[in-house]
Design a protein around this ligand. Structure first.
Ligand code: SAM
Length: 242
């Protein structure tokens, strides 16, 4: 594991497991678990900083096992776990199939796009999540005609309510969307769909239109422009002009 090569999620998993290694003998000697989870959290913090993970990954890695222990100690009614699972299922269960989880664009991603989009352009957010990126874009650029498509029912509902009258929000798969209707298509997905998505972009997007991917590259296809966002997740926008 080099300091920069691994992306934050697998690096975090390895770090959280590695942070247990020095404490395994104490675990075997029945040291109090409350002390061990705190020491493991401190070790995970040091490793996360050493590997220069983004701040919020440092927080997750530090707090994961201490919080797990606290939850285990608390006398929580099982119904709350069921409610948590239902919430997770309605927002994210589809990601087992799509391999695209829910996480949100930063304000910097909105500002960077708002400064590059032509007047009155039709903009589509592929997988619009909770509608935050579209809502902020509308605030900065009221002239734009906005649309979003979202496959997870609860995310779609949140977007639909949030953007009522400001953007057309469709419940369904991004693969059924006709990209030729748009001047700008924005996607913040994952590495998994990018090669196939690029084929769709090539088939459907009109000359002069923009395809913008937050963070995730298209294998083998260099973008025309890369914009470093300098936000907490070290995200960047990759922009292709068709
Ligand atoms: C990383 S989030 C991005 C949310 C939002 N666009 C933003 O930038 O803040 C990706 C979203 O895409 C949705 N998604 C994943 N695959 C999809 C698909 N095939 N069709 C429609 N939405 C999809 C997920 O449910 C999730 O809400």
């Amino acid at each position: 594991m080099t300091r920069r090569r691994l992306s934050p999620a697998p690096a975090s998993l390895l770090i959280m497991l590695a942070a247990w290694l020095p404490f395994l003998p104490m675990l075997a000697m029945d040291w109090p678990l409350s002390n061990l989870v705190l020491m493991q959290g401190a070790a995970a913090l040091l490793l996360s900083r050493w590997f220069r993970l983004p701040l919020w990954w440092q927080v997750i890695n530090t707090g994961f096992f201490p919080l797990l222990w606290l939850v285990y100690q608390a006398d929580i009614e099982p119904i709350w776990f069921l409610a948590g699972f239902a919430l997770l299922a309605l927002t994210s269960l589809g990601s087992l199939k799509t391999r695209v989880p829910l996480y949100l664009s930063s304000q910097r991603a909105v500002e960077a796009v708002a400064g590059r989009v032509p007047a009155q352009a039709r903009v589509l957010d592929l997988g619009c999540g909770l509608g935050g990126w579209l809502a902020s874009l509308k605030t900065r650029r009221p002239d734009l005609v906005l649309a979003g498509v979202e496959v997870a029912p609860l995310n779609w509902l949140a977007s639909r309510l949030r953007l009522n009258g400001k953007a057309a929000i469709r419940l369904g798969s991004l693969w059924e969307e006709d990209l030729s209707d748009y001047d700008v298509v924005y996607a913040y997905l994952s590495p998994a769909p990018m090669a196939e998505l690029w084929r769709k972009v090539e088939r459907e997007m009109r000359p002069g239109s923009l395809f913008i991917s937050n963070t995730f590259a298209v294998p083998g296809i260099e973008p025309d422009e890369t914009v470093e966002l300098k936000d907490l997740s070290h995200a960047r926008l990759l922009i292709w002009r068709r």
